[in-house]
Design a protein around this ligand. Structure first.
Ligand SMILES: CC(C)(COP(=O)(O)OP(=O)(O)OC[C@H]1O[C@@H](n2cnc3c(N)ncnc32)[C@H](O)[C@@H]1OP(=O)(O)O)[C@@H](O)C(=O)NCCC(=O)NCCS
Length: 186
């Protein structure tokens, strides 16, 4: 297994946002993210609330972001949880790669429904990718999203990701998009 790192920062700020690690006060927001039918529409559907609560009891709320590259997206002024963002490595055994070896950096993002349509996912993703680009060597970054997920595809395109192909997974067509990490260098 390739153990190349993702970005090491545990906190990143942008104009309106703070990407940070989760704390106990984020529990209700995380439950909403995992149980909201609209948010989960292209992510396998909402999870049952009981199961989410058991998961959070078992890991502890901070456990949700304990891995490098995992962040809560919070409002910079109020600290309210707006969503989550992950920049991690895509396991070689999953379909959807642009290199022979796999394990490329992969970006994913989830916002609360009431935070859509304000450019906040774009702002969070740009901040995280700039941080990674300033720290890591140039390399591909992937976004994998259901082809039906137009909002996610639009966001990926606005970030500069180019569609490289499609594949079937979880009973749906997935679109693979990629860009070069150093396109985000500041
Ligand atoms: C995918 C997702 C994060 C996109 O959120 P989003 O708010 O549409 O994304 P952006 O941050 O790019 O915002 C773009 C929208 O904000 C608007 N906007 C308003 N102010 C803006 C600003 N200052 N800057 C940029 N865009 C702004 C844009 O016009 C655009 O609106 P439109 O889509 O109605 O045209 C969100 O739909 C989501 O959480 N979906 C569920 C989870 C999911 O499927 N994730 C994908 C897994 S990888």
């Amino acid at each position: 297994m390739n153990t190349s790192p993702t970005l090491s920062a545990t906190e990143i700020t942008s104009d309106r946002l703070r990407l940070r690690k989760a704390h106990d006060a984020d529990r209700d927001g995380l439950i909403e993210l995992m149980t909201d039918p609209q948010v989960r529409l292209y992510l396998g559907g909402p999870r049952p609330r009981d199961a989410v609560e058991q998961y959070l009891d078992a890991t502890g709320t901070p456990g949700v972001t304990d891995k490098p590259g995992a962040f809560v997206i919070a409002d910079r002024t109020t600290d309210r949880l707006i969503g989550t963002l992950l920049l991690a490595r895509r396991p070689a055994e999953l379909p959807g790669h642009v290199t022979e070896e796999g394990w490329e950096l992969e970006l994913s993002y989830v916002l609360r429904r009431d935070a859509w349509g304000a450019g906040l996912a774009f702002e969070a993703a740009t901040a995280a990718l700039r941080g990674a680009a300033d720290e890591l060597p140039d390399q591909p970054v992937l976004v994998v999203t259901q082809t039906a997920n137009e909002r996610s595809l639009k966001l990926a395109a606005r970030l500069g990701f180019r569609r490289t192909g499609t594949f079937e997974a979880y009973d749906a067509e997935q679109t693979l998009a990629a860009t070069d990490l150093h396109s985000f260098r500041t």
